[in-house]
Design a protein around this ligand. Sequence first.
Ligand SMILES: [Ca+2]
Ligand SMILES: [Ca+2]
Length: 502
Amino acid sequence: MLILKPIFVCYKRFSLLIGTLILALSLNAKVHGKNPNVLFIAVDDLNDCIEPLGGHPDSITPNFNRLAKMGVTFENAFCNAPICNPSRVSLLTGRRPSSTGVYGFQPMREVSSLKNVVTLPQHFKNNGYHVMGSGKIFHGFGEPHGPDKRSFDEYGPFNPSGKQAKKIWEDRIPGTQLRWAAKENLAEDPYLDGKAARWTADKLKKSHDKPFFLAFGMVKPHLPLYAPEKFFNLYEKENMTLPVINKKDLEDLDGMAASQQSKGIKRAIKVEELSKTKDLVHAYLATVSYIDSLIGEVLDALEESPHKENTIIVLWSDHGYHMGEKNTWSKSTLWEESLRIPLFLHAPGVTPMNVRCKRTVSLIDLYPTLIDLCNLPKIEVLEGRSFLPLLKKADHPWNYPALSCNGLNNFSVRTENWRYSKYRDGSEELYDHSKDQKEWRNLAKNPEYDSVKKELAQHIPKKPVKEAETLWTSIKVSTQEGGTEERKRKYQELIEAQKKQN
Ligand SMILES: [Ca+2]
Ligand SMILES: [Ca+2]
């Protein structure tokens, strides 16, 4: 027995090892043996005010916590461009705005180089997947949040019109788009986001003949900040923590670096004059809690479904949002608040649970990463880099900065420690994130950092293509309120006229 015991122990260890190997292989087989499903969740204008990213101490987001525990939370994830359309076109085509000229509101298929582009969902569709979508995935033109028809087999709710819940109360900053309201609590949520969540949950509960790619896009917390009243009631408005703001922050900037978001700065001045910061922060967090609850509904449906063990979940926001920081309300800047985004990824058999990754990744990387995770054919022209190694090991060596751009020839390069931005008028910013996470001290003019700037500047594209010309962007309409509706009307007219001509 004395001799047998070690052999027995050895055998036990050996069988444990074999068992672990078989389990690992079978988990891997579930993802890599056949094509795993993808649940692709998009959020609009969401910054780090969610519990796993700790951007606001008062935020209540149990379902973001739940998602974080399931896989990898990226602490340093960034968008390719800090506005809806260029961010989404870039993610969904895998090409940077500086390569396509989509810096603003150019409809993707109207841009000659993108007319026949194979989008991310379309690549899944072309490779045996059933591709479904609802809500806002592509930015809509004419049709609000209309899908790109070539990218999907079927599309659920995407139009925000229709029955709406009654407002309990409403407030706004006059002369701006900053509006917020609590709506009545209804059992059947009539908003687009609620409808899209229910549609997505129903699809998850069904069995499917083919692997599926299921996209679910929410339009909140984009303005106006409307949510059912119960989400406002989660917070005590009077005790809200306010963002820490350095009033003199812009004084060390000049040129385009200082004036990049004049509308956002005007909004911030009005919010301050009317003492409405608390109200707006309250409304933003209420709206974030509302979408958190919808994410919960969808996660519940997946959990109860037969697809639980074989479905990748990815959640991203198209860009961040300023809440008064850098004296700005909204987005469209090359500062951290606009560029940093929530990004979560859960891939059964690949990602460990509850892991945080500090490496810099960006939305340009999602297309090649999903190709890798689902064993789809590679596409040569994609400009991002698959971060599959980080999904397996969050601290894998990674020396690839995130590159963002905001309009022609305005670029920002972010490494784990630095942000360097250069604008087309030559103005610059340099921030040391190891000491200055709020980006208050611009070091760009200090010659001590010339070598840092030089190294980071190497990542900036040398020949960005100019703004693409399209029918939509050729329409000149004032950007005052109602401008977008007027633009949509004129756009439809032009499309009709073009059809008649052809
Ligand atoms: Ca957006
Ligand atoms: Ca400053």
